[in-house]
Design a protein around this ligand. Structure first.
Ligand code: AMP
Ligand code: MG
Length: 475
C-alpha cells in the first residue's frame, strides 16, 4: 500500500489481467526530459470516486508522466488482421496497462498508456506518441462521448519534451504520453493470438475472464458462451451504428483495434465526415477504401466473423454464425434510434422512421453543400414549434446554395418533417427542441477545425482554443 497523498496512487487497483499471467509482459516506462500537463479530464474523476479539487496537476504528472508505479506495467500481447492480412507481430508497442480499477458506476476500467516507451512489441519504432496524436485522440473521444457513443476517453495528456520524426506530421514534432480510460484493452486480436499459438486452454481462461468481468450478467449461465457472442455482435453492431449516425469514420478497423467489450477506442487517422459521402475514407494509406465510412458495418461484421476462428476452439461455431446473422437487425435498430434522436424524435412508427431517415439521407447525399453534422446543428438552431403551422416555415432562413434538384429534395424533407409535427401532440413539441439539443452538439470537429486548434498550439503554444472547443461540447 502506498503512503503517498496522491489519490491516483491510492486507488484500489486490482490485479485482473495481471493475475492471469499469460497475456502480458511486464515492462518499464520511458523517462522524459519534460513533464507538462496539457490535459486532465476532470469529468472522469467522479467515476473514480474522486473530486477534482482533491487532485492536483502534480498528482497527474507523478502518476501519468513519471509513472510512479503501484502495480507492474503490463504490455499486452495480441495479434490482429490489419487491412485483411494477419499480423502476428503486434502487441502493445508503445503502451501498457498502468492499472485496473472498478469505478463507482460498477464498471471495470483500464488505465492504458500510449507513448510510454518501447516494449518487446515496438519492433523498430520508438514507443512514443506525438503531441498532435494525443490531441487528436482527446478530440475524437470527447466528441464521440458527447454524442452518446460508448468510447474510451483520455484521462491525461502530458507533454514530454522530445523530438519525434513521423512521416505524416511535419517533423521534428512534439512528444507526449497519454493515459486512456477504457473498459478494457482486451481485443479481438488478443484471442486471435491464442489461436495462432494453438492454445485452447488459454482461450478458455481468457474467455472466462472476459465473461466474469465484462459480461457478469451472463457469467455462469448455461449457454454463457453463446449468449456472450450474441451480445458481442449486438454491442459491436450498436457501436458501429453510433459511428455511422454521428458521421464518424474510425479509419483503422483492424481486429487489434476492436475491443472485446464493444467499446470504441484507439483513434489514429479518424475523421468526422464533412458531408454525407459514403465513399469518404479517412486514412491516407487506405487506398482501397477498405475502411471507408460506408464500409464500416461490413468491416465490423468481417471482424466478428474472424473472431469465430479462435473462439471455435472452445465453443460452437454454428451457433456463433447464426448469432452473427442478427448483426444487420441490431445495426438497423440502433442506427434508426440514434438518427431519430438527432432529428428530434424519441420514437416513431417504422414507416415514419424509414421515411424521415430516407428523406434526410437523400437530401444530404444529393446536396453536398450541406455538411453532414452541420445539418443537424442547423436543425437544432432553427427549430421552432411553429414549424407545425406551415411546412414553408421549416428551414425558411437557411443559407445553403441549392440547385433545382436539391431544392426539390429539401421541399420533400420539409413535407415529411411537417407531417410528423402535425401528428405529434402539441405538448410534445417542447421535447423536440430538447432532444435536438441533447443529440447535436454545436461544435463539429472536422479536420480543418482540428488543424486550426493544432495551429494555435504549435505557433503560440496557446491551448485555450482547444479547451474552449471541448467545453463547447457540453452545450
Ligand atoms: P495502431 O495502428 O496504433 O493500432 O498500432 C498498431 C501496432 O503498431 C501496435 O502494435 C502498436 O503498439 C504499434 N505501434 C504504433 N506506433 C508505434 C510506435 N511509435 N512505437 C512502437 N510501436 C508502435
Ligand atoms: Mg491499435
Amino acid at each position: 500500500m502506498s503512503h503517498s497523498s496522491n489519490p491516483f496512487l491510492n486507488l484500489n487497483y486490482e490485479p485482473a489481467i495481471e493475475s492471469l499471467a499469460d497475456y502480458h509482459d511486464v515492462v518499464t516506462a520511458a523517462e522524459y526530459p519534460m513533464h507538462r500537463l496539457r490535459w486532465r479530464n476532470d469529468d472522469i474523476l467522479p467515476t473514480l470516486g474522486l473530486d477534482s479539487s482533491q487532485v492536483s496537476d502534480d498528482d497527474f504528472i507523478e502518476a501519468f508522466g513519471h509513472f510512479r508505479a503501484v502495480r507492474p506495467f503490463l504490455a499486452l500481447r495480441y495479434h490482429g488482421y490489419q487491412f485483411g492480412e494477419y499480423n502476428p507481430q503486434l502487441g502493445d508497442g508503445r503502451g501498457f496497462v498502468y492499472g485496473q480499477v472498478r469505478g463507482v458506476d460498477g464498471e471495470f476500467y483500464d488505465f492504458g498508456t500510449k507513448g510510454s516507451g518501447r516494449t518487446p512489441y515496438s519492433r523498430t519504432a520508438d514507443g512514443r506518441l506525438t503531441l498532435k496524436g494525443g490531441v487528436r485522440e482527446i478530440i475524437a473521444s470527447e466528441a464521440l462521448y458527447r454524442m452518446g457513443v460508448k468510447t474510451s476517453r483520455c484521462l491525461s495528456l502530458v507533454e514530454t519534451g522530445e523530438e519525434l520524426w513521423r512521416g505524416d506530421e511535419p517533423s521534428p514534432t512534439r512528444s507526449a504520453v497519454m493515459v486512456r480510460f477504457s473498459r478494457s484493452h482486451i481485443r479481438f486480436g488478443t484471442f486471435e493470438r491464442l489461436r495462432w499459438i494453438g492454445r485452447a486452454d488459454l482461450t478458455r481462461k481468457l474467455l472466462d475472464h472476459v465473461l466474469q468481468i465484462y459480461y457478469s450478467h451472463i457469467w455462469g449461465k448455461e449457454n454463457q458462451d453463446d449468449i456472450f457472442y450474441l451480445e458481442l455482435v449486438k454491442r459491436v453492431a450498436t457501436l458501429c451504428a453510433q459511428w455511422m449516425a454521428v458521421g464518424f469514420c474510425h479509419a483503422v478497423l483492424n481486429t487489434d483495434n476492436m475491443s472485446i467489450t464493444g467499446e470504441s477506442f484507439d483513434y489514429g487517422p479518424f475523421a468526422f465526415i464533412p458531408t454525407y459521402d459514403p465513399r469518404f475514407t479517412a486514412a491516407y494509406f487506405d487506398h482501397a477504401g477498405r475502411y471507408s465510412y460506408a464500409n464500416q458495418p461490413a468491416a465490423c461484421y468481417w471482424n466478428l466473423e474472424k473472431l469465430q476462428d479462435p473462439l471455435s476452439m472452445v465453443m460452437d461455431k454454428d451457433n456463433m454464425q447464426s448469432s452473427l446473422l442478427k448483426f444487420k437487425d441490431f445495426y438497423r435498430d440502433a442506427y434508426c434510434e440514434i438518427m431519430l434522436k438527432r432529428l428530434g424524435f424519441s420514437s416513431l412508427s417504422e414507416p415514419e422512421t424509414e421515411e424521415l431517415i430516407g428523406a434526410t439521407l437523400e437530401l444530404l447525399s444529393a446536396a453536398q453543400v450541406i455538411g453532414y453534422n452541420q445539418f443537424f446543428v442547423k436543425l437544432r438552431q432553427s427549430f421552432e414549434p411553429n414549424w407545425r403551422e406551415d411546412a414553408n416555415k421549416i428551414f425558411s432562413s437557411h443559407d445553403w446554395e441549392l440547385n433545382d434538384e436539391q431544392i426539390i429534395l429539401l421541399d420533400k424533407w420539409r413535407v415529411v418533417y411537417h407531417q410528423l409535427l402535425i401528428r405529434l401532440p402539441i405538448a410534445e413539441l417542447e421535447n423536440i427542441a430538447q432532444q435536438l439539443q441533447q443529440a447535436n452538439p454545436t461544435i463539429i470537429f472536422l479536420r480543418p477545425k482540428i488543424e486550426e486548434l493544432w495551429e494555435r498550439i504549435t505557433t503560440d503554444d496557446d491551448w485555450q482554443p482547444l479547451y474552449d472547443a471541448i467545453a463547447q461540447l457540453k452545450t
